[in-house]
Design a binder for this molecule. Structure first.
Ligand code: MEV
Length: 311
């Protein structure tokens, strides 16, 4: 029996602008994972089961679409291995909500492709795995920057610039984030497509917004590397305002951001493609509980804590 998994991710800075060549910073959320169990079968047989999957508890994604996406991930892995088929019963169990900005698609694909490679006794190295998951991301999202697959495959905080070698970000002083789910599912493809339309219709207004987001990501990298957590919060909130200007926030996300800031968070922003999904807020040991309660009172359906840089 082979067991693999891959983590969720959150984007700390730079979503959307990263599609246009600006830098972004993202980190894995190791406590929230997609897992795959692959049981080699004695006869040629391929079955894929979803077990207790958050994948199917989602109104915006049809079960048939999910099964098709899983089948396709297996196909991509087999093609890379030059194998016609694999005899196996494959169970996918993901706790990462779909269409919520946490990289569910990339994590499921990474765990699945890893499992097929191991099942065939030819495990993929990380670079190849990253490429294969990126292929799938392209299938689902059209023009992905590649940040989601990179973070879930390498499981490290990354400073990411499209088509440039991956740089990991050393976390000098660990910091805690609350990740709050707005409860609204919002497919990445739609938000990314709408930003593209906005960009094409008004490049003169949108380009400076994208550049300001990129500038924030550069400053944030310096702050993270210097262990200057206080500066990070301000940058997060500024980043959220620029995402509002790109029209990818939503009343639910704005309410959560406001609630977190009013309750004492050092900064807050939507994370991922937006329009719904999750937001993040920077907290410390003193205000964490108060911010968590404020987020729940403001409509969050789930709040989880993650410490970035914890060993
Ligand atoms: C989605 O997690 C992040 C976006 O920037 C899209 C992408 O980078 O492919 C919105």
């Amino acid at each position: 029996m082979i067991i693999t998994s891959a983590p969720a991710k959150v984007i700390l800075f730079g979503e959307h602008a990263v599609v246009y060549g600006q830098p972004a910073i993202a980190v894995p959320v190791s406590s929230l994972r997609a897992a795959v169990i692959l049981d080699p079968a004695k006869r040629p047989l391929r079955e894929i089961h979803l077990v207790a999957a958050d994948l199917l508890r989602n109104s915006t994604v049809q079960p048939a679409e999910v099964t098709q996406a899983l089948e396709y991930a297996v196909e991509v892995a087999l093609r890379a291995l030059n194998l016609p088929d694999i005899g196996a019963i494959i169970r996918v169990n993901s706790h990462i909500p779909v269409a919520s900005g946490l990289g569910s698609g990339a994590a499921v694909a990474a765990a699945l492709i890893k499992a097929v490679g191991m099942g065939a006794d030819r495990p993929f190295d990380q670079e190849v795995l990253n490429q294969l998951v990126y292929e799938l991301e392209k299938q689902h999202h059209g023009t992905p920057s590649g940040i989601d697959n990179t973070v879930v495959v390498y499981e490290k905080p990354v400073y990411f610039v499209r088509d440039v070698a991956i740089e990991t970000v050393p976390i000098t002083a660990p910091f805690s984030l609350l990740i709050a789910d707005s409860g609204v599912s919002a497919p990445t493809k739609i938000a990314v497509g709408d930003v593209r339309k906005l960009y094409e219709s008004d490049q003169a207004r949108v380009q400076p917004i994208l550049e300001s987001i990129g500038q924030i990501a550069r400053q944030a990298r310096q702050a993270i590397e210097a262990g200057n957590t206080a500066a990070l919060g301000v940058l997060m909130t500024q980043n959220h305002q620029l995402l509002q200007a790109l029209r990818v926030s939503s009343p639910e996300l704005d309410r959560l951001v406001e609630a977190a800031l009013s309750a004492g968070a050092a900064g807050a922003k939507l994370s991922g493609a937006g329009r719904g999904g999750n937001m993040i807020s920077l907290v410390d040991a003193e205000n964490q509980e108060c911010v968590r309660e404020a987020l729940l009172a403001a409509g969050a359906v789930r709040v989880i804590v993650t410490t970035v840089g914890a060993s």
